[in-house]
Ligand binder design. Structure first.
Ligand code: HEC
Length: 174
Protein backbone atom coordinates (compact mmCIF):
# COMPACT_ATOMS: atom_id res chain seq x y z
CA UNK A 1 0.00 0.00 0.00
CA UNK A 2 2.81 2.36 1.01
CA UNK A 3 4.76 1.41 -2.13
CA UNK A 4 1.73 2.16 -4.26
CA UNK A 5 1.41 5.63 -2.71
CA UNK A 6 5.14 6.32 -3.38
CA UNK A 7 4.70 5.14 -6.96
CA UNK A 8 1.70 7.43 -7.53
CA UNK A 9 3.54 10.44 -6.03
CA UNK A 10 6.56 9.62 -8.20
CA UNK A 11 4.41 9.43 -11.35
CA UNK A 12 2.71 12.75 -10.51
CA UNK A 13 6.11 14.46 -10.06
CA UNK A 14 7.24 12.98 -13.41
CA UNK A 15 4.12 14.24 -15.16
CA UNK A 16 4.55 17.72 -13.63
CA UNK A 17 8.22 17.83 -14.71
CA UNK A 18 7.30 16.73 -18.24
CA UNK A 19 4.64 19.47 -18.44
CA UNK A 20 7.11 22.13 -17.24
CA UNK A 21 9.68 21.01 -19.83
CA UNK A 22 6.98 20.98 -22.53
CA UNK A 23 5.81 24.50 -21.61
CA UNK A 24 9.42 25.74 -21.60
CA UNK A 25 10.07 24.30 -25.07
CA UNK A 26 6.93 25.96 -26.45
CA UNK A 27 7.12 29.38 -24.78
CA UNK A 28 10.83 30.05 -24.21
CA UNK A 29 11.68 29.56 -27.87
CA UNK A 30 14.21 26.84 -27.05
CA UNK A 31 13.23 24.75 -30.06
CA UNK A 32 15.13 25.93 -33.14
CA UNK A 33 12.78 26.20 -36.15
CA UNK A 34 15.65 27.18 -38.48
CA UNK A 35 15.68 25.21 -41.75
CA UNK A 36 19.48 25.11 -41.37
CA UNK A 37 19.27 22.99 -38.24
CA UNK A 38 19.09 19.21 -38.76
CA UNK A 39 17.03 16.89 -36.58
CA UNK A 40 19.02 14.41 -34.50
CA UNK A 41 19.18 11.07 -36.37
CA UNK A 42 16.60 9.22 -34.20
CA UNK A 43 14.06 12.05 -34.68
CA UNK A 44 14.81 12.17 -38.41
CA UNK A 45 14.33 8.40 -38.68
CA UNK A 46 11.09 8.56 -36.72
CA UNK A 47 9.61 11.17 -39.11
CA UNK A 48 10.87 9.20 -42.09
CA UNK A 49 9.14 6.04 -40.82
CA UNK A 50 5.89 7.98 -40.25
CA UNK A 51 6.04 9.36 -43.80
CA UNK A 52 6.91 6.03 -45.46
CA UNK A 53 4.08 4.11 -43.75
CA UNK A 54 1.57 6.89 -44.26
CA UNK A 55 2.29 7.03 -48.02
CA UNK A 56 2.14 3.23 -48.22
CA UNK A 57 -1.25 3.10 -46.51
CA UNK A 58 -2.91 5.99 -48.36
CA UNK A 59 -1.58 5.09 -51.82
CA UNK A 60 -3.42 1.75 -51.64
CA UNK A 61 -6.61 3.57 -52.59
CA UNK A 62 -5.12 4.94 -55.83
CA UNK A 63 -6.08 3.05 -59.01
CA UNK A 64 -4.20 3.57 -62.25
CA UNK A 65 -6.72 4.46 -65.00
CA UNK A 66 -6.83 1.84 -67.80
CA UNK A 67 -6.04 4.42 -70.51
CA UNK A 68 -2.72 5.46 -68.90
CA UNK A 69 0.33 4.00 -70.65
CA UNK A 70 3.55 4.91 -68.83
CA UNK A 71 5.59 4.21 -71.96
CA UNK A 72 3.60 6.66 -74.13
CA UNK A 73 6.19 9.24 -75.37
CA UNK A 74 3.58 12.03 -75.60
CA UNK A 75 2.56 11.49 -71.97
CA UNK A 76 6.21 11.38 -70.81
CA UNK A 77 7.01 14.57 -72.73
CA UNK A 78 4.03 16.39 -71.27
CA UNK A 79 5.16 15.25 -67.77
CA UNK A 80 8.64 16.56 -68.53
CA UNK A 81 7.22 19.98 -69.50
CA UNK A 82 5.23 20.21 -66.27
CA UNK A 83 8.28 19.06 -64.29
CA UNK A 84 10.43 21.85 -65.74
CA UNK A 85 7.83 24.51 -64.87
CA UNK A 86 6.65 23.31 -61.46
CA UNK A 87 9.11 20.88 -59.90
CA UNK A 88 12.63 21.68 -61.08
CA UNK A 89 12.99 24.71 -58.85
CA UNK A 90 13.08 22.36 -55.86
CA UNK A 91 14.02 18.95 -57.24
CA UNK A 92 16.70 20.28 -59.64
CA UNK A 93 17.84 18.12 -62.55
CA UNK A 94 20.87 16.24 -63.82
CA UNK A 95 23.82 18.48 -64.67
CA UNK A 96 22.27 21.66 -63.25
CA UNK A 97 24.05 23.86 -60.72
CA UNK A 98 22.64 23.39 -57.19
CA UNK A 99 23.03 27.09 -56.40
CA UNK A 100 20.08 27.92 -58.65
CA UNK A 101 17.57 25.86 -56.73
CA UNK A 102 15.41 26.19 -53.64
CA UNK A 103 16.49 22.64 -52.78
CA UNK A 104 19.71 23.79 -51.10
CA UNK A 105 17.82 25.74 -48.46
CA UNK A 106 15.13 23.17 -47.66
CA UNK A 107 15.04 20.77 -44.74
CA UNK A 108 14.33 17.99 -45.44
CA UNK A 109 15.87 18.32 -48.90
CA UNK A 110 13.78 17.28 -51.92
CA UNK A 111 15.24 14.19 -53.62
CA UNK A 112 17.04 14.67 -56.93
CA UNK A 113 15.50 12.56 -59.66
CA UNK A 114 18.10 11.22 -62.06
CA UNK A 115 18.79 8.43 -64.49
CA UNK A 116 21.19 6.46 -62.35
CA UNK A 117 19.06 4.28 -60.05
CA UNK A 118 15.60 2.78 -59.72
CA UNK A 119 12.73 4.84 -58.33
CA UNK A 120 11.79 3.82 -54.82
CA UNK A 121 8.15 4.82 -55.21
CA UNK A 122 5.79 2.89 -57.45
CA UNK A 123 3.29 4.77 -59.69
CA UNK A 124 0.44 4.73 -57.13
CA UNK A 125 2.68 6.20 -54.43
CA UNK A 126 4.11 8.81 -56.80
CA UNK A 127 0.58 9.84 -57.78
CA UNK A 128 -0.54 10.07 -54.16
CA UNK A 129 2.51 12.11 -53.07
CA UNK A 130 2.23 14.54 -55.99
CA UNK A 131 -1.51 15.01 -55.49
CA UNK A 132 -1.41 15.32 -51.67
CA UNK A 133 2.05 16.71 -50.95
CA UNK A 134 3.92 15.91 -47.73
CA UNK A 135 2.86 17.95 -44.74
CA UNK A 136 5.58 19.78 -42.77
CA UNK A 137 8.10 19.47 -45.61
CA UNK A 138 8.43 21.78 -48.61
CA UNK A 139 6.53 19.30 -50.84
CA UNK A 140 3.31 21.03 -51.94
CA UNK A 141 0.02 19.25 -52.78
CA UNK A 142 -0.54 19.63 -56.53
CA UNK A 143 -4.12 18.31 -56.40
CA UNK A 144 -5.59 21.83 -56.15
CA UNK A 145 -3.68 23.16 -59.19
CA UNK A 146 -3.28 20.18 -61.55
CA UNK A 147 -5.69 17.69 -63.11
CA UNK A 148 -5.30 13.96 -62.44
CA UNK A 149 -4.16 13.51 -66.06
CA UNK A 150 -1.38 16.08 -65.56
CA UNK A 151 -0.32 14.22 -62.41
CA UNK A 152 -0.29 10.89 -64.30
CA UNK A 153 1.90 12.58 -66.94
CA UNK A 154 4.33 13.56 -64.15
CA UNK A 155 4.25 9.97 -62.86
CA UNK A 156 5.01 8.68 -66.38
CA UNK A 157 7.94 11.09 -66.65
CA UNK A 158 9.34 10.22 -63.20
CA UNK A 159 8.80 6.53 -63.84
CA UNK A 160 11.12 6.80 -66.81
CA UNK A 161 13.92 8.47 -64.93
CA UNK A 162 15.18 7.46 -61.50
CA UNK A 163 16.27 8.54 -58.06
CA UNK A 164 19.90 8.86 -57.15
CA UNK A 165 19.29 9.60 -53.52
CA UNK A 166 16.88 9.06 -50.66
CA UNK A 167 13.59 10.92 -50.35
CA UNK A 168 15.02 13.22 -47.76
CA UNK A 169 18.55 13.67 -46.65
CA UNK A 170 19.83 12.40 -43.32
CA UNK A 171 21.34 15.15 -41.15
CA UNK A 172 24.42 16.77 -42.65
CA UNK A 173 24.09 14.85 -45.89
CA UNK A 174 24.38 17.37 -48.75
C1 HEC B 1 8.86 23.99 -52.90
C2 HEC B 1 9.69 22.84 -53.16
C3 HEC B 1 9.09 21.69 -53.92
C4 HEC B 1 8.44 21.73 -55.14
C5 HEC B 1 8.14 22.94 -56.00
C6 HEC B 1 8.15 20.35 -55.46
N1 HEC B 1 8.60 19.51 -54.47
FE1 HEC B 1 8.48 17.48 -54.45
N2 HEC B 1 9.35 17.42 -52.62
C7 HEC B 1 9.83 18.52 -51.94
C8 HEC B 1 10.43 18.07 -50.70
C9 HEC B 1 11.07 18.96 -49.64
C10 HEC B 1 10.31 16.66 -50.66
C11 HEC B 1 10.85 15.71 -49.60
C12 HEC B 1 9.82 15.48 -48.56
C13 HEC B 1 10.29 14.49 -47.52
O1 HEC B 1 11.48 14.33 -47.31
O2 HEC B 1 9.42 13.85 -46.95
C14 HEC B 1 9.61 16.29 -51.89
C15 HEC B 1 9.27 14.99 -52.21
C16 HEC B 1 8.72 14.61 -53.41
C17 HEC B 1 8.43 13.24 -53.79
C18 HEC B 1 8.65 12.02 -52.91
C19 HEC B 1 9.93 11.36 -53.29
C20 HEC B 1 10.24 10.14 -52.48
O3 HEC B 1 11.01 9.31 -52.95
O4 HEC B 1 9.73 10.01 -51.36
C21 HEC B 1 7.94 13.28 -55.05
C22 HEC B 1 7.51 12.09 -55.91
C23 HEC B 1 7.90 14.66 -55.47
N3 HEC B 1 8.38 15.44 -54.45
C24 HEC B 1 7.47 15.09 -56.70
C25 HEC B 1 7.32 16.43 -57.06
C26 HEC B 1 6.74 16.88 -58.30
C27 HEC B 1 6.28 15.96 -59.43
C28 HEC B 1 6.73 18.24 -58.26
C29 HEC B 1 6.20 19.21 -59.30
C30 HEC B 1 4.82 19.05 -59.73
C31 HEC B 1 7.32 18.66 -56.99
N4 HEC B 1 7.66 17.53 -56.30
C32 HEC B 1 7.51 19.96 -56.62
C33 HEC B 1 9.76 19.84 -52.35
C34 HEC B 1 9.18 20.29 -53.51
Amino acid sequence: MRNLRILIIFLLIEAAAASVIGIMIVYLGIFNVSALWNDPLPVYNLFKAVRTHSIERHARNVTIPKYINFQDPTLIRSGFNIYVRSCMICHAGPGLKPSNFVREGLYPKPPKFSKTANLQLDPQKLFWVIKNGIRMTGMPAWGPSKTDNQIWALVAFLNNISHDDQASQPPNNK
